[in-house]
Ligand binder design. Sequence first.
Ligand code: FAD
Length: 444
Amino acid sequence: RCFCKLSGEVDDCSCKVETLDSLNNNQIYPRLKSLLARNYFRYFKVNLKKQCPFWSDDSRCALKDCHVDICQKDEVPIKTEKQPDNESNNQHEKNKYTMESNKGEQGGGDCTEERQLSALDTTISDEKKAEFQSWREHDESLPMFCEVDDEHSNDLEYVDLLLNPERYTGYKGLSPRRIWRSIYEENCFKPEKSVGYGPEPITEADNYDSATSSSAMCLEKRVFYRLISGLHTSINIHLCDQYLFPAKNGFGPGTWGHNLKEFQRRFDPEKTDDHGPQRLKNLYFTYLVELRALSKAVPYLEEEVFYTGDAQEDADLKEGVKDFLAIVKNFPDHFDESQLFKVNSQEMLQLKSEFVHHFRNISRIMDCVGCDKCKLWGKLQVLGMGTALKVLFSGDSMAGDSTVNASLKSDFQLTRTEIVALFNAFGRLSSSIHALETFRALAR
Ligand code: FAD
């Protein structure tokens, strides 16, 4: 039995790891794999040139495997903007116009209301403008978990995710350590000292693993830490799963394969510290949270057009998404976000605002990652997680309604980039859980 064969309930959830293994490996993973290869999901718009807002001395990494192939404009086989059609009643089609014209979307720099609206001047009536304005105001009232790349920046480029897979890049040492340290130490919540953590401040990420028991941290803080730790686990599983072994004679390109030793070094309690299995379990936690967000967004996503400009492709994709969402929706043991921020108090309001603020900071830290490939996937996965949180903290869930089918408010909006990030981020977690099966087989 491999240490990576976990069992029992996922912390703070009523769902068993074994249930998730079976759901993921048999139903979710194969469907997502084929969905994410479709044009709508494979082209991600991102700004990899944004300045790191926290420190300036991190030189860009020159490792070959950190390189990202950017799509030339004429290489992107999707259209993202549909001309407004007066007869269209579809809410999501209307949203696409705002999505493309809403410069900066949420908090994107020098965007002014006048400029956004003037982009619509030629095609849209005053009545429509007022409608767009009210959507925008609604959007701004939602918590903003991520710093979103400015939609109109010249530095925004399309990346083909299939051609730039998340895998081993050789990015290690001081630069990633600083990123992870800053995430854990400056942006995760600290365990309360009064519960026995001594006078010394917690300074190492390692200490958090044992400190996330319910006696040391409240649920909201534990959730925050586990989400990040689960993401970290997923990234590190991928680099072990698609590892570059150097060529035997020291020359040549090397070969890609699963690296069991590297996996054990990171997660086996006998080879390293005791935290490995807990960190693996956090992966399942993060998976459950994003699964629940998808489930809550089903009514919204069922209305989504998934527009690429190719009618047949769009219809096929919509069918595929519907089939996938049916599985997500019917899963019975979802994470219950209504347990979060339940107490109605000033402290809780403060905590909620810190939760959003810290997460947003982490999205900004992604611009400091020194390896472009890692930055690409880091930005995508943090945006996907931020989108999941946006869904969970919107509308009905904030009113404490935990029913799985509770629909989102009808004026809730997701941009194409958010949808692509949400699905791909969940796809990464799904692929990590699937990879554990491979490592179990190798360890036998
Ligand atoms: P690290 O993984 O750097 O961990 C630092 C410390 O954090 C550890 O010593 C431990 O105390 C703690 N820790 C480790 N895992 C967890 C966890 N799950 N939960 C809580 N604490 C933990 N490398 C690639 O090859 N390919 C990539 O695509 C890639 N993407 C990255 C994306 C980002 C955003 C970052 C910051 C790094 C990325 N890296 C990637 C680098 C990779 O994550 C490691 O940082 C690197 O391999 C060095 O590993 P390490 O053994 O020093 O420990």
